[in-house]
Design a protein around this ligand. Sequence first.
Ligand code: HEC
Ligand code: HEC
Ligand code: HEC
Ligand code: HEC
Ligand code: HEC
Ligand code: HEC
Ligand code: HEC
Ligand code: HEC
Ligand code: HEC
Ligand code: HEC
Length: 299
Amino acid sequence: MLSLLIFLTGAWGASDFPAEAGYASGGERACVMCHIPEDDHPLADIRHSPHGLSGDDRSPAAQLQCQSCHGPSLAHLSVQDGRRPPPAVAFSAETPARQANRACLDCHDDYSQRHWHGSAHEFADVSCVDCHQSHSKTDPMMQRETRERVCLDCHTQVRGEIHRPSSHPMRHQEMSCMDCHAPHGSISDGELREGSLNETCYSCHAEFRGPFLWEHPPVRESCGSCHEPHGSVHDNLLKARGPQLCQQCHSAAFHPSTAPDGGGVPPQGASSSMLQRNCMNCHTDVHGSNHPSGAGQTR
Ligand code: HEC
Ligand code: HEC
Ligand code: HEC
Ligand code: HEC
Ligand code: HEC
Ligand code: HEC
Ligand code: HEC
Ligand code: HEC
Ligand code: HEC
Ligand code: HEC
């Protein structure tokens, strides 16, 4: 339907198409007589956005213009029974997410073929326009300096996490949510860019990919067993301080200690000064070791 009408259109503001299937004729002229009375009206900024490029025949400006997104709007032009029906797609609070998304996916149909359908955002009825702005010259989501703010307006818990003492450097946009996440959906849990949590970490921290001669199973299983990806109050993004971190899984009771008194590691035996800071004083290579005698990850 949309493509059938392309041939009828010209520059933004100069097109004409028949009043069929509920579309108003006259292109944007059918709308701007009431909306956008002056050029400095915020709605008019869309003319200076990628959607306003009339030279690009895939763009709304070169197609049904306002009605490319707002859908058939003929009925909206007049008042019936004391009421003006909204355009088919008003993008208001009453517009169901599915319907609003359909209007964008008509053109951006490559997202349907990728992972949008079934993504956490689609599932939670977050719509394209909850993230993207159409009536501004630049979409804040497409700007490096502003896009995190849009995410964090909804994800307030993550906002707290990235301000913890140890964090991935996201506060000043050195790193982006999109370095790890695919906001339009992905094949992995948590909308991660790569196929799994570990693959996502390896894309930057390749030195931990292994395989190692002496593996530490939880590292292979998930970096998330010990690390908080966004931020932590403990050094190195750790979920807990050592030795508590390790004692989530290991009991200190039967530790084959090398301490002089022959006891176990604290609190069951020996002095707590043996640990100084934590288990990593001795087990220096908790991510795995390639040292021929690296059993126990002590070298
Ligand atoms: C005759 C004047 C007039 C014309 C022409 C007109 N509109 Fe409107 N439009 C209005 C008025 C008045 C409102 C506010 C309606 C209300 O608050 O109930 C409105 C509201 C809207 C809204 C918000 C609806 C909502 O429910 O939030 C959209 C979107 C819209 N118009 C798009 C368009 C489009 C697209 C066209 C061209 C096809 C158009 N309008 C043509 C008068 C007009
Ligand atoms: C690329 C899609 C797209 C095109 C093209 C488009 N709009 Fe919109 N319009 C939206 C979205 C999305 C909203 C919801 C508010 C927002 O995200 O900016 C909206 C909101 C509106 C509103 C309600 C604004 C308010 O403050 O309640 C009006 C009126 C409107 N558009 C008129 C127009 C007119 C007139 C045109 C043509 C010049 C047009 N739109 C072209 C997507 C579009
Ligand atoms: C009539 C077809 C059409 C419709 C409908 C449409 N778009 Fe687009 N959109 C385009 C084209 C064409 C571009 C420019 C693409 C390019 O340069 O590769 C674009 C670009 C974009 C961009 C990139 C903007 C930038 O700054 O680079 C975003 C984001 C976007 N559209 C979102 C939306 C959303 C959200 C909707 C629904 C409200 C929508 N589009 C509706 C055709 C459309
Ligand atoms: C959770 C927020 C969010 C939602 C929801 C969302 N987007 Fe995006 N979109 C983004 C971000 C962030 C980018 C920038 C991509 C990047 O930097 O990796 C983007 C980029 C784009 C682009 C530019 C081309 C590209 O792929 O980089 C288009 C077009 C687009 N989105 C369309 C859509 C459409 C259509 C929908 C709804 C089906 C949608 N978006 C839903 C956040 C979102
Ligand atoms: C309009 C609000 C909104 C915006 C904006 C938004 N999100 Fe979301 N996001 C949600 C909701 C709602 C969910 C589903 C419920 C949940 O898991 O919190 C979700 C889910 C997610 C998930 C998946 C959580 C899981 O457990 O699977 C990730 C990752 C995510 N969002 C990242 C982002 C990123 C990155 C951005 C910015 C590009 C963003 N979101 C923008 C509302 C939003
Ligand atoms: C270093 C990689 C990385 C960065 C950068 C990142 N995340 Fe995440 N995020 C993750 C991982 C890993 C998970 C956990 C996924 C799982 O357990 O399935 C996650 C989970 C989430 C969740 C689900 C709820 C939760 O907290 O577990 C949301 C929402 C989310 N991230 C949003 C964001 C936002 C917003 C940003 C940008 C401010 C961001 N993330 C930056 C890696 C990252
Ligand atoms: C896009 C690249 C990138 C990805 C993906 C990534 N990181 Fe990082 N990571 C960094 C950068 C950059 C630093 C900061 C280095 C610095 O500050 O010197 C860092 C630092 C760290 C630190 C040390 C933090 C500190 O306080 O010193 C840990 C731990 C870490 N990352 C774990 C992870 C985990 C786990 C994942 C997967 C969920 C991951 N990273 C994914 C780039 C990345
Ligand atoms: C068994 C717990 C555990 C698991 C699982 C784990 N780490 Fe660590 N990680 C640590 C500890 C403890 C530190 C603190 C540095 C030290 O003392 O070795 C650390 C430090 C780091 C650092 C910062 C210091 C450095 O050596 O660069 C990065 C980056 C890192 N880990 C990435 C990862 C990645 C990527 C994964 C998944 C492949 C992972 N970690 C899995 C416990 C773990
Ligand atoms: C999520 C659970 C988990 C956490 C947290 C964990 N480990 Fe392990 N660790 C394991 C498992 C599982 C094994 C394999 C046990 C086996 O092979 O019998 C293991 C094995 C080991 C081994 C023996 C390796 C070998 O070569 O025999 C050492 C040493 C070790 N862990 C130290 C640590 C230290 C130090 C920490 C804290 C930084 C830690 N672990 C945190 C689960 C964990
Ligand atoms: C004073 C040094 C030291 C400290 C501190 C220490 N370990 Fe060990 N640990 C060792 C040595 C030495 C071995 C034997 C390594 C080998 O098999 O070659 C060992 C072995 C282990 C093993 C393998 C046990 C087995 O049955 O093979 C685990 C698990 C372990 N340590 C966990 C921990 C945890 C958890 C902590 C912190 C609560 C900790 N260690 C603190 C020195 C230490």
